[in-house]
Design a binder for this molecule. Structure first.
Ligand SMILES: [Zn+2]
Length: 767
């Protein structure tokens, strides 16, 4: 008898007995492959190897190339043309022999016959900037491509080369062997574009007084990346997919009109030659000023300089170590201020350059935002390793380079400005200075993966903005917290709930996505924010994120290196999360579908008794069990209502009597109410179910079911709620943490909830 009962119990356990199992068998369906949302990403991920380990860390044979540059650059301010000659020393640290070298000629995207002008097939856009329209239909195409004067080897012999659009292949006489080094030089020049007309990432802005502010980048032929992932990363520059670049040391001499003020990537080598005595003494003060910026060139001085036009030249000499790129800004109209920031044990200079057109906003906030960014980002990653960070004001720009970036935020002519301009300016400075961390130091391939720098940086930007608000409450008054544009889960809802034909997975090339902003910035930033706050928790997330940052500091990570490290350092299986948020265009939508009341019973339900009978098993054959019966089920015994479980179940009573003494039993709490709560999931992304239950006595209880609750059924699951009090309400995701796109199904009893989209519509109407 005992044996038989044990067999019975194990039969029910193994079979996962449920009432569903009793239904008449359907016609046989065909089989299927593993479609689980929780399936590991083996098929999507590349196989780990000795260069990149399965842990997400650099492998024991990890290597990267080195490209060192010595450059002489001359700015012709009169004709806005840039001339340069560079010597690149390229070190082949790879195990491979290289038959040729690929060099990037980014300015060719702006060549007269550039294919980039013909790449879009969407017909007539709804609107265009006047400059964009004129450039397409009225004026001659701007002639902004590189003129290559020569490519020579170290002995001065011409090297043959082939230019394919934005890439130049240099054919070397014999392969560059593994561990060997090669020097060659390139002489070039190009027409600098007006970046306010051409929407270029670099160029000049002409002020009303005829002076120009130059923000110069992608200005020299740059080595393409060669690595274990892509071989040569020589995917063309079409305009959206940014840059893949090799680390190296730079020695750069920049000759500009003598009345220009200039700053650039790297440490200035001849300060005494290019600074006035006054500037030198102010600079010495700034190096010791940790609480506020010191003016190096004042507004009055910048305005006075703007009235002249020096025919004399000055050469500014810089050296930069271990940077992946180089950029500079130059104008006779720049105001200049800076202060010191203690980052770890080191002093870093936070610097701003801006024309008078930027004031009063820039003087007040730019350097403050730079200093704050360095501290905030360092606390979440690693101590900022470079000696300075410069924010340059350039109209409509938001663009990043090592130690220097261009930022928008222009007040009206009378100096007034809206909140939109002010917070836009502070935010873009945090963002672009923040790019020093991703991708300038954690050097991901922007050409292929826009989100790896933009998404991580926008996530970090959100943290830095919120910390800025906490640190400077007066600067953000009357707002209670910094009004971040991206990062809060609810803000990504209109995008994720949008038309699927205009959404691409995050894991897409930037050239191939429909809406680059939400795709590469907003959604990954939000996904990481939710991962930190809701899925992993701050402690596990922050440690893992820091581990990734430190592992890949001054190296070239891939998406898998990030995904793997976040798991490796936290012991949280995140394949489902990466799959849902990064590899699909699925969205989050979880609802409460149904609630049923159950009562404890001594007997199996009628349905189960019938099933037992069909197998010749009597009730008496069953081992001691506690049964729960639904008041709606056939043959329900209404007398069970209102009884305590121990009153209704002899076997439960016996168990408690056998295992607890009277004093222990007195402390036990017996739930009186049993509910089967069914949650459904119209959205494709499995997420934790964050539920707030409220009870008749006014109390409430919050339970977060892990995302893994969806592992066997990705559409609908049910949980049991046992309570002393009657359940009166259920709210899913009460704090809007998950970017749930439809809130109408988040409550029981149902109530009318305006959708996020409606809320957005309302707020837009209000403005
Ligand atoms: Zn960015």
């Amino acid at each position: 008898m005992i044996r038989f009962k044990q067999v019975l119990v194990s039969f029910f356990m193994v079979a996962g007995f449920s009432l569903v199992a009793q239904e008449a068998p359907k016609e046989k369906e065909s089989g299927h492959t593993n479609q689980s949302s929780f399936k590991q990403l083996y098929e999507e991920f590349s196989t780990p190897n000795t260069y990149r380990s399965a842990s997400g860390a650099p492998g024991h044979e990890y290597y990267q190339q080195q490209a060192d540059y010595v450059m002489n650059v001359v700015l012709d301010d009169q004709n806005h043309r840039l001339y340069g000659e560079e010597t690149i020393t390229y070190t082949n640290n790879s195990p491979d022999d290289l038959e040729y070298l690929w060099v990037q000629l980014d300015q060719n995207v702006r060549a007269k016959d550039s294919k980039a002008r013909l790449k879009n097939g969407e017909g007539i856009p709804a609107f265009e900037t006047p400059g964009g329209f004129a450039g397409k239909y009225i004026t001659e195409p701007f002639d902004g491509g590189f003129v290559i004067d020569h490519v020579k080897d170290a002995a001065g012999n011409a090297l043959p080369y082939t230019i394919n659009f934005t890439m130049m292949r240099i054919d070397i006489p014999k392969p560059l062997k593994s561990k060997e080094q090669l020097s060659f030089s390139i002489k070039w020049n190009y027409n600098i574009p007006d970046h306010t007309v051409d929407r270029a990432r670099s160029g000049y802005e002409e002020f009303t007084d005829g002076n120009r502010g130059y923000v110069i980048a992608q200005f020299f032929p740059r080595m393409a990346v060669y690595n274990d992932v892509e071989g040569w990363q020589n995917h063309q520059f079409w305009g959206n997919g940014e840059f893949a670049l090799t680390f190296g040391d730079y020695e750069v001499n920049i000759t500009v009109p003598a009345d220009h003020v200039l700053d650039a990537t790297g440490t200035l080598q001849n300060r005494k030659e290019v600074f006035s005595k006054e500037m030198l003494s102010r600079y010495e003060k700034a190096k010791k000023s940790y609480d506020k910026p010191v003016i190096i060139v004042s507004q009055a001085e910048a305005e006075a300089a703007g009235k002249g036009f020096s025919k004399k030249k000055k050469t500014w000499k810089f050296k930069a170590k271990n940077v992946r790129d180089y950029a500079f800004a130059s104008s006779r109209k720049f105001i200049w201020d800076m202060q010191a920031v203690k980052v770890g044990a080191k002093d870093v200079m936070a610097v701003s350059l801006y024309p008078p057109e930027g004031n009063p906003l820039w003087e007040e906030y730019s350097t403050k935002a730079v200093a704050h960014t360095l501290l905030s980002y360092s606390s979440h990653t690693f101590d900022y390793p470079y000696p300075k960070a410069i924010s340059v004001h350039a109209k409509n720009q938001g663009m990043e380079y090592p130690m220097i970036c261009w930022n928008y935020g222009r007040p009206n002519e009378d100096g007034s400005y809206s909140d939109r301009v002010k917070y836009g300016m502070i935010s873009v400075i945090i963002h672009e200075v923040g790019h020093n961390f991703f991708p300038m130091i954690v050097n991901s391939d922007e050409r292929q993966w826009g989100w790896m720098d933009e998404g991580l940086d926008t996530f970090m930007q959100y943290l830095a903005e919120q910390e800025f608000g906490e640190k400077f409450p007066k600067a953000i008054a009357p707002y209670p917290k910094y009004p971040s544009r991206r990062g809060d889960p609810a803000k990504i809802v209109p995008y994720m709930a949008g038309d699927q034909s205009t959404i691409a997975p995050i894991m897409s090339n930037p050239e191939n996505v429909f809406q680059l902003g939400p795709n590469a910035y907003g959604k990954p930033a939000t996904a990481l924010n939710i991962l930190r706050e809701t899925v992993m928790g701050r402690e596990l997330f922050d440690h893992a994120f820091k581990t990734y940052s430190k592992r890949w500091m001054f190296k070239h990570p891939t998406p898998e290196d990030f995904f793997r490290t976040m798991e490796d350092a936290s012991a949280v299986d995140l394949d489902w999360y990466w799959r849902g948020w990064f590899y699909t265009t699925d969205y989050v939508d979880i609802g409460v579908k149904d609630i049923e009341k159950y009562y404890v019973s001594n007997r199996p339900t009628k349905k189960m008794r019938d099933y037992l009978a069909s197998r010749n098993i009597t009730e008496a054959d069953m081992p001691p069990m506690v049964y729960l019966d639904n008041e709606k089920s056939d043959g329900f015994d209404a007398s069970l209502k209102g009884k305590k479980p121990t009153e209704s179940s002899k076997s439960l009573q016996a168990f408690l009597m056998d295992n607890f003494d009277a004093a222990e039993r007195a402390k036990l709490k017996e739930p009186k109410y049993f509910y089967k709560v069914t949650f459904d999931k119209p959205g494709g992304i499995p997420m934790p179910i964050i539920v707030s239950y409220t009870y008749a006595d006014g109390s409430s209880k919050d339970i977060t079911y892990p995302a893994e609750i969806w592992r066997k059924n990705n559409k609908e699951i049910s949980v049991v709620v046992a309570s002393q009090e009657e359940l009166t309400g259920i709210v899913i995701d009460p704090k809007a943490e998950t970017a749930d796109i439809d809130l109408t199904n988040n409550t029981w009893p149902r109530k009318e909830v305006p959708s996020e989209f409606d809320k957005v519509k309302q707020s837009v109407k209000g403005k």
